[in-house]
Ligand binder design. Structure first.
Ligand code: ZN
Length: 571
């Protein structure tokens, strides 16, 4: 067995799963965000794939395998060759033809379907594959969580109409719940944005973890949960408190205090008394966005607002330092709405604020007792902010709580976005030609390996659920020079193997301490430890990685005990 374990954390690893997968000998990095799966890692990945395959097949999907290499022509048909941006790994062949390494396969699968499916009678169809995907991440990090090459399961459904396509979406949703239940995850299915995949409806499956990159909110009052990018907040437009008088605006010096935290501490005023001014660029137009000091702007909401207002949002981003300096005549950190020459959009929560603090568009200076309507005009008040804990649920008005999550699955209802662009049509029941209704459904296979480690570990190592553990049991002979110990260890090992248990025997000539440490680091669920002293009394040591007491089991009962414990773990 090639299982090179290490005692030291890798220097570049920030989160537990990244550290432990390297230390336990599951993965090795070969380039930034590009990893080898070592034998232990591959064994677990194969088990993850098996569970995913079983549930996809049970849900009526069929497996195929598409190429990783995709011609640019297909991506040009849907305009994603332009839209996808720098994350698409592009290359040319020797004839200077353009290709990419697929990050996703909507175009390829649609190409396959449009050539061979012509009638509604051939539908519905759901096809999936498990394959390496490529994405040129600007910042690969967290090991397998955000790599540039990774293994995904991606499925694509095709239906003749919306009703049938909605059914396909629900079938996949249910299959995903079964899959993530089998991994033993603590997870939430949340409403999500469709990003550059497109479509009208989508859900993310988020594994709860402190180190997750996504922030999600869920309602205490109903079952609504969503990514904060997407979460619908109930924003009651509060009345301005008429009893509070407008005070006279005044300038205050705030030397080198740029962030809300710094300025609020310096002026001894709460962050909720501040209004942040953010400058964005949409096409060739600058716009200012105002949110309360303790709120974050939601760029997705903002983008759709600007699009509705008729602005070009193909290029939409925050202004850089140079642009902010030019537009506000002040360094970054001192932007404010007073005398600012650009359209100003304000979040609804700003509408009822009075006598607030803003940047003065002047170095080291802020303005206090500022009021909209009097000191500056707002083009429009709209819901522009990200949801957070304590906000009111958009569905029922209940209170949101927030979690961090790791996205392990994402399903999209695509509609006809791809089929219309690529002219993938079928004859419907009335002989009419119609575009295929599509859905697509992803699961991050290698990311699941990391997410399981993130959710199941202690300070000694990983604690795999037995469904995904590279091996279920480790047999540890303690004295490699004792014929009796070796013979008994091999008997237990062979009996477990014959019973179909994934068992590993640690017959390295190492001390008990090293063997225990590796067992804990690698995270095999059960250990059976055979030593000369125990055997004299006819006993074998037995322990679970997840905790519990060390037990002494009679030699004749050990195999049966292991098998029955594994059955409980599986069910
Ligand atoms: Zn609710």
């Amino acid at each position: 067995m090639f299982m090179p374990t290490r005692r030291e954390d890798p220097a570049d690893a920030e989160i537990a799963s990244h550290k432990l997968l390297i230390r336990a000998g599951f993965i090795r990095q070969i380039a930034r965000g590009v990893y080898t799966l070592l034998p232990l890692g591959l064994r677990s990945v194969k088990k993850i794939e098996t569970i995913v395959r079983e549930e996809m097949d049970a849900a009526g999907a069929q497996e195929l395998l598409m190429p990783a290499i995709q011609p640019a022509e297909l991506w040009k048909e849907t305009n994603r060759w332009n839209e996808y941006g720098a994350e698409l790994m592009r290359f040319q062949d020797r004839k200077q033809s353009d290709f990419c390494l697929g990050p996703t396969h909507e175009e390829v699968i649609t190409e396959i379907l449009r050539n061979d499916v012509t009638s509604y009678k051939q539908l519905p169809i759901n096809l999936y594959q498990i394959q390496s995907k490529f994405r040129d991440e600007i910042r690969p990090r967290f090991g397998l969580m955000r790599g540039r090459e990774f293994i995904m399961k991606d499925a694509y459904s095709f239906d003749v109409d919306v009703e049938s396509a909605t059914k396909s979406y629900k079938i996949m949703y249910a299959a995903y719940e079964k899959i993530f239940d089998r991994f033993g995850f603590d997870y939430r299915a949340v409403e999500a944005d469709s990003g550059n995949i497109g479509g009208s409806q989508s859900h993310e499956f988020q594994v709860l973890a402190e180190t997750g990159e996504d922030e999600i909110v869920s309602c205490k009052g109903c079952d609504y949960a969503a990514n904060v990018e997407k979460a619908a907040i109930r924003v009651s437009q509060e009345e301005m408190d008429a009893s509070i008088k407008f005070l006279e605006m005044s300038e205050v010096e705030t030397p080198k205090k740029k962030t809300i935290d710094e300025v609020s501490a310096f002026l001894e005023r709460d962050a909720t008394d501040f209004v942040k001014t953010l400058i964005y660029v949409a096409g060739d137009q600058f716009v200012a966005v105002l949110v309360r000091g303790d709120h974050n702007a939601n760029e997705l909401k903002l983008r759709s607002l600007l699009k509705e207002s008729g602005l070009d949002v193909t290029e939409f981003r925050m202004a850089n330092d140079v642009e902010v300096g030019k537009m506000t005549k002040a360094p970054v950190g001192f932007a404010g709405p007073v005398n600012l020459q650009m359209p100003i959009y304000a979040d609804l929560s700003v509408a009822c604020m009075k006598n607030f603090v803003v940047g003065a568009n002047k170095k080291d200076t802020h303005l206090t007792q500022v009021n909209h309507g009097r000191d500056f005009e707002v083009s429009k008040f709209v819901d522009l902010r990200e949801a957070k804990a304590g906000d009111e649920c958009g569905k029922c008005g209940g209170e949101f709580e927030s979690f961090r999550g790791i996205e392990v699955g994402h399903i999209f209802y695509l509609g006809t976005k791809y089929s219309e662009a690529m002219k993938a049509t079928v004859q419907d029941q009335n002989g009419k030609s119609c575009a295929l209704e599509m859905g697509c459904y992803g699961i991050g296979i290698t990311r699941i390996l990391a997410a399981v480690a993130e959710q199941n570990h202690d300070d000694k190592g990983i604690m795999w659920p037995s469904a995904i553990a590279p091996f279920q049991v480790m047999v540890q002979p303690l004295q490699m020079k004792s014929d009796e110990v070796i013979a008994e260890s091999e008997r237990v090992y062979s009996a477990l193997k014959a019973a179909g248990v994934d068992v590993l025997i640690d017959d390295r000539d190492k001390g008990a301490g090293a063997k225990f440490k590796d067992f804990e680091l690698i995270g095999i669920p059960l250990r059976v430890t055979i030593g000369a002293r125990g055997l004299k009394e006819g006993m074998i040591e037995y322990k679970k990685r997840s905790g519990g007491d060390l037990e002494m089991i009679p030699v004749g009962d050990i195999v049966e005990r292991v098998i029955s414990d594994l059955k409980v773990a599986v069910n």
